[in-house]
Design a protein around this ligand. Structure first.
Ligand code: SF4
Length: 469
């Protein structure tokens, strides 16, 4: 998943103010990545400085004193919050990544996953990159882009266009070059979100519109699928990738990833989530006393479910804010965090028939522990309703589920088996039709629910093979 953010200005910019803007944007994108935070500063002379910290944005805050003391004129700052989907966890490749030499450098922050990244690098970079032991798709992408851009007289826009002919996968990117120039792009399928706003000569960039509006920036625009935007401090230039694809924005952004105050492809995430709950309530009602959302991402769907069924909503689960999002944590910590994350308000659930609403069951880790806690707190019945369909197939475009065996559906022999495993009295999921209707876009990626990948006949087995290489 990951979050990317940036700020650039054609005028004199106070270094401290630029870093403050960037860190504010990154904090607002923290829900997209919790493993590492990185920033890169690009001076007006085309020099790069880099800082990173393990874990949250707040861990980087104090480190920035080192660069704040310098009195350089800054053109742009780029930042990234990491959620690893390829490479190792925590500290393997911290972004933005910088590649190049004294003559020409490229800094790149990236959101998505490119399953065929090694093949792409071999195809475009050949002997120069042969034998390079890359740790992730980010590294391959940065090296490939640097190599191709150099062939196009250091033109990164042309480099991105050329790379799009080879890449299979999702990539929203933020690139800075030593010209200095800043470039943002969304892959031709438009899997991941990316937005920007130009205010005077100041350019603000964020993975999600919600991060921009939180800073009071309301005149944002989403980067279109397949669009490349370049800014040199004077003017914006827009162009498109030469390859045309059917748009396939990620439907899971509406279900779970994105903030509810964000807009993705012109659709409010809040409204889409509310409609998911309403449809779920109409299709799978049940006799219950209270609707209880699993905070935070199921809250809005629970409102919709409550509205559709007339069952009152109650906030009976209290999430520990300091733990963050369990789903996007590395596997080694996921189980421990799932056990610790939620407390139950016993007075609310004791003796009640609880309708528990969650956005998804991916691995089933969290749900099992939750149900056991709610039952121990005295609930009479626990009916589980999920606002998305069963998560059936791995994602190769930005979620860390690279193996079918990780998924609850593949371990079970049907929905009733999952119900038994998690310990619920009943279990229903939204249908794929219901989910697509709730979002309201004619074309989306829903491969994790349908196993149908939007890559012109490329199968799941072939994608798995690309990842293994
Ligand atoms: S497979 Fe699922 S999570 Fe991955 S991009 Fe498609 S809809 Fe999103």
């Amino acid at each position: 998943m990951c979050g990317i953010a940036g700020y650039a200005s054609g005028n004199h910019v106070d270094l401290t103010s630029a870093i403050d803007v960037l860190l504010s944007l990154l904090v607002e994108l923290q829900h997209r990545g919790q493993e590492a935070t990185g920033i890169v500063l690009l001076t007006k002379n085309g020099e790069f400085r880099q800082l990173h910290a393990r874990s949250l944005v707040s861990n980087l805050l104090f480190k920035t004193d080192v660069i704040r003391e310098k009195s350089e004129e800054v053109f742009a700052v780029l930042g990234h919050v990491r959620y690893s989907t390829t490479g190792g966890y925590w500290d393997s490749v911290v972004q933005p990544i910088i590649v190049g030499d004294d003559d020409f450098k490229v800094a790149l922050a990236f959101n998505g996953t490119i399953p065929n990244h090694k093949r792409v690098m071999e195809q475009v970079c050949g002997i120069e990159c042969h034998g390079k032991n890359v740790k992730s798709d980010t590294e391959s992408l940065a090296l490939s882009l640097y190599h191709v851009a150099r062939e196009f007289k250091k033109d990164v826009v042309e480099g991105l266009k050329e790379l799009s002919r080879y890449i299979i996968g999702g990539y929203s990117v933020l690139v800075a070059t030593s010209e200095p120039r800043i470039i943002i792009a969304r892959d031709p399928w438009g899997f991941r979100p990316l937005a920007y706003a130009l205010e005077g000569d100041e350019l603000y960039i964020a993975s999600e519109t919600g991060a921009l509006t939180t800073l009071g920036i309301t005149n944002w625009r989403e980067v279109e699928p397949g669009e490349i935007i370049s800014y040199d401090g004077k003017s914006i230039e827009r162009t498109s990738f030469p390859v045309k694809r059917e748009p396939a924005p990620c439907i899971f952004e509406y279900v779970y990833f994105s903030r509810p105050d964000s807009v993705f492809n012109g659709i409010s995430v809040y409204n889409a989530r509310y409609r998911m709950g309403e449809i779920l309530g109409r299709e799978f009602p049940v006799e219950g006393d209270i609707v209880v959302p699993v905070p935070d991402s199921a809250r809005i769907a629970a409102l919709g479910y409550s509205r559709a069924t007339g069952i009152p909503i109650a906030e009976a689960l209290i999430a520990n804010k300091y733990i963050g999002r369990v789903f996007i944590n590395p596997p080694i910590t996921r189980l421990k965090l799932a056990v610790l994350k939620y407390g139950v308000v016993q007075d609310i659930v004791a003796g009640k028939r609880v309708v528990l609403i969650d956005d998804s069951i991916v691995r089933g880790t969290t749900m099992k522990y939750l149900i056991s806690k709610i039952r121990k707190s005295g609930a009479r019945k626990i009916h589980v309703r999920i606002s998305s369909p069963p998560f059936k197939c791995p994602c190769f475009m930005g979620i860390d589920v690279a193996s079918r065996l990780e998924l609850a559906v593949w371990r079970a022999r049907g929905i009733d088996d999952i119900r038994r495993e998690i310990g619920a009295d009943s279990l229903n999921y939204n249908t794929l039709d219901g989910l697509v209707k709730a979002v309201g876009l004619s074309r989306v990626c829903h491969a994790c629910f349908s196993c149908s990948y939007p890559f012109n006949g490329v199968t799941m087995e072939e994608l798995e093979e690309m990842v293994r290489r």
